[in-house]
Design a protein around this ligand. Structure first.
Ligand code: FMN
Length: 358
């Protein structure tokens, strides 16, 4: 069924299932001349891959990205770019237990009700494995926006209710949670260790900052930049909420407190999160995403089987304590994809205005 594409000019379509042959993405609308090699994907793919951190599932996937089309002599031609990632560690047998029941917190129940026939192995299409394709597309999007000096960074500001007290972005690559507060990182680790001991899981909050965004990204009225960012981020599994700038706290402020005074060269504050009326204002774009605790936990939970009989289920095999470290590169990718799309769209308006001025 439809719903596998995102973006207008820089448009991605992902395909594949967790335990099928592989997963991939077709990118339409990538401008010509972008230099891409298969090595470019390695770093981002390894950040998303499971089994790279202490609290990750031990599933080992190499996630090599194969470039099938759209490049010639190492540069994009403007033709669709197809990227493919083979599934190498597809131990479908360990999912036999979930064939006839609905795991709490997963899409089993809704996919069964909607489609009747679906690939349940490792959650099939609704598996987090699909996000590997988004990360691959995000690498290409990143190349486009970096040409326009935009830089996107995501980091953890809360895990299981333990929040940061200071913010030093220079340390986020020094710890697996990408936490900007090394002191509170240790507290977060303690919370994760306690949850792991109890066979439980934890969620958290990821903040994203996009620096260097020019004013003018975003289209009235349904394709506002804020609306598209919300869709991009909310389309990631386990993300349950998003806020931009002051977000939910804006509802508690007075107009006089929430308005960002306009000063020569910009704004005195950034409660808007870099977006006004759906259009970027040139300030940093700031958003936060609430990520739920991962649903697969090694403890008995009540559910029903496909015949409606009450039954107890407990996750078998591999499962993480938190999805946060793996969601971070996916959120960055989706924000880069959204910015690349809107950047290319804004170029049309700019070009038209130039033509009109002559
Ligand atoms: C990168 C990433 C990794 C994830 N890893 C796991 C995991 O190891 N175990 C799990 O149960 N859920 C994991 N999830 C979350 C589930 O995919 C998700 O909660 C489930 O499909 C239900 O969708 P919903 O939470 O959006 O309602 C992960 C999600 C993402 C984005």
């Amino acid at each position: 069924m439809a719903g596998n594409s995102f973006g207008e000019i820089f448009r991605i379509t992902t395909f594949g299932e967790s335990h099928g042959t592989g997963i991939g993405v077709v990118i339409d609308g990538c401008p010509p001349g972008i230099m891409v090699t298969s090595d470019d994907f390695d770093h981002e793919m390894s950040r998303r891959r499971p089994g790279t951190g202490a609290f990750d599932t031990p599933r080992k996937e190499e996630d090599d990205v194969e470039i099938l089309s759209g490049l010639f002599e190492g540069r994009s031609t403007g033709a669709p770019i197809a990227l493919f990632i083979k599934n190498k560690d597809a131990r479908a047998k360990s999912y036999d237990y979930m064939k006839d029941l609905f795991r709490p917190g997963h899409g089993d129940y809704t996919y069964y009700k909607k489609y009747g026939h679906y690939d349940y192995r490792g959650a099939g299409r609704y598996s987090a494995r699909e996000t590997a394709a988004r990360v691959a597309a995000g690498v290409i999007a990143g190349k486009i926006i970096s040409r326009a000096d935009m830089v996107v960074t995501a980091y953890t500001i809360e895990i299981g209710g333990v929040g940061i007290k200071t913010k030093d972005l220079s340390v986020i690559m020094d710890n697996p949670l990408c936490c900007p507060d090394m002191q509170m990182y240790k507290e977060m680790q303690n919370a994760l260790a306690a949850a792991k001991k109890n066979n439980d899981s934890l969620g958290g909050i990821i903040e994203v900052v996009a620096k260097g965004c020019p004013p003018g990204l975003g289209e009235p009225v349904f394709d506002k930049l804020s609306a598209d960012l919300a869709k991009a981020v909310m389309s990631i599994g386990a993300v349950k909420g998003i806020e931009i700038g002051a977000g939910f706290n804006a509802a508690r402020l007075k107009g006089s407190e929430n308005n960002d005074p306009v000063i020569p060269g910009g704004f005195a504050s950034n409660n808007a999160g870099g977006i006004l009326a759906g259009i970027s204002n040139g300030d940093d774009i700031i958003l936060r995403a609430a990520v739920k605790p991962i649903p697969s936990i090694g403890m008995d939970q009540a559910t029903i089987d496909k015949k409606g009989n009450p039954i107890s289920v407990r996750a078998e095999g591999r499962f993480d304590v938190t999805a946060i470290p793996r969601v971070i590169p996916v959120i960055e990718a989706m924000v880069r994809i959204t910015l690349a799309d809107h950047y290319l769209r804004s170029v049309i308006t700019e070009k038209y205005r130039e033509l009109m001025d002559h």
